[in-house]
Design a binder for this molecule. Sequence first.
Ligand SMILES: C[S@@+](CC[C@H](N)C(=O)[O-])C[C@H]1O[C@@H](n2cnc3c(N)ncnc32)[C@H](O)[C@@H]1O
Length: 299
Amino acid sequence: MLLKHLAAYHLIHERFANTYALTPYSRLLGGPDLGGAITTLFEAWIPTFVHAPILFEKLGYVRPTTSNQTMLADATGTTGHIFDYAKTNGALADGFDRAMRAFAGLMGDWVDVVPIEEMLSSSLSCMDGRVLVVDVGGGYVRIPLGHDLHKLVHKLPLTRDRVVLQEQDYVIEKALPHLDGVKGMVHDFFSTNPVQGARVYFLHHVLHDWPDYDCRRILRGITSVMAADSRILVVDLVLPPQGATKHETTYDLIMMSALGGKERNEGEWDVLMASVGLKVVKIWRSDEAMDAILEIVLV
Ligand SMILES: C[S@@+](CC[C@H](N)C(=O)[O-])C[C@H]1O[C@@H](n2cnc3c(N)ncnc32)[C@H](O)[C@@H]1O
């Protein structure tokens, strides 16, 4: 009965009467990492979406404007963000990390999308102690796949030991044994960035977690230490003005309900950046990735 039900939803393939086979998708779901998405579904998303109508009514049918006003917080009786909730729910933390790793494996490599060698060229051979790339909120779940910074060090060996992963203390602790060629630094991204004048400040899947108010706090922590030739690279979705895909709208809904965050279109990115004295100068895209990379400079 259960197998028939799964086949009706095309999760498995009904080859003959009472004979079933895995599809590529169900094979992935049964694997070590994407299975984590199922855990997050039960620990976070299902309780959250069941609760959605209550919070929508409370908020007057507008988007939450702070990250404490989330459906997840309301539904689970906690305060704050999914990252806070995950600290108290080991199954969610583990499932979330595994799901993030699975999804990360489906994305293209950022170093193949932006001309990073050209961007760093004037500093690459100059050993003046300047940091080349700071990965702000860089996480550790990608480490087994090749972290964003390791991809850079692999492509441009001159960047070795000149790139910094900034994260919360417990994340740095987990990442530390794997940080070959990358410096680890505990940093709360709501405070002023301790790395002055890096060539690139990199924010991958960070800003979409937060409403505009918090994004401005994160960005101001960087703008106050940028040099004239520093850049910010933001890896996130850039929603089309019309015809967003179901993946894009699902991400937007999850960001809103779990974090008070949002996916943004080009106009929303422009307005956000302009509000803190920044300007989007280029949006880099690749056919292999859903995300775009926004190149941002001081005005
Ligand atoms: C969605 S994950 C993205 C991680 C990584 N950039 C990636 O793309 O895999 C967001 C990251 O922000 C980090 N984070 C959350 N609050 C933070 C804070 N106040 N300061 C620094 N990092 C924080 C989390 O630990 C988490 O790793």
